[in-house]
Ligand binder design. Sequence first.
Ligand code: ZN
Length: 184
Amino acid sequence: MSQHLYQFCPRCAHLLEDRLLAGKSRRSCPSCGFLHFPDPKVAVVGLIEAERQILLVRRAVEPGCGLWALPGGYMDADELPAAALQREVAEEAGMAVAVGELLDIFPMVNHGGASLGIVLAFHGWPIEPSSVPVAADDADAAEWFHAETLPSTLAFASTQRLLTRWCDQQKSSLLARRQAATPH
Ligand SMILES: [Zn+2]
C-alpha cells in the first residue's frame, strides 16, 4: 500500500481495507461504507502579457524556490479556473488581471515523476495596462520581462515550454512587422 493512501476511515475512524471495484483497488470502510477515490490536483498558471512583456514571479517556496515561474497555484474546491488564476496573480504579484483563452494543459508530476494532477495554462492581461507588479505570498519578486531578457533558468518544464512558444510568437510577429515596414 502506498504511503499517501488512508489507513483509517476519515468518517468513522474504522480501519480501511482494499476493495476491488471495476478492476481498481480502492480503500473502503467495512463499517460505514466510505470509499476513497483519490482526485487529481488542479493548478492554474497565467501567461500574463502587456506591451510585449510577460509577468514572472520568483518563487520563495519549494518546489523551484529562488527560480522564476509564471504566476499561479492550486485551484480551491469552490473556485473556477479563471477565478483561481485571478486570486493567485493578486496574491503573488499584487495585480488585477483579466483571464483569456486556455493555452494548454500540462501533467503535474513530482520529482519522482509520479502524477499529481494537471496544470491549466491561460492567457491573461492586467486590467490596468501600466500595472506595476508587487511581490507577496509565495513570491519574493515579480517583474515584467521582454522576450530578450527572460531568465535562463525557470522553475518548471511547463513554464519553459509556454515561454519558448511565446518567444517564437514574438519573433515571428516582429519579423512580420519589419517586412510590412519595408518599402516594396
Ligand atoms: Zn467508516
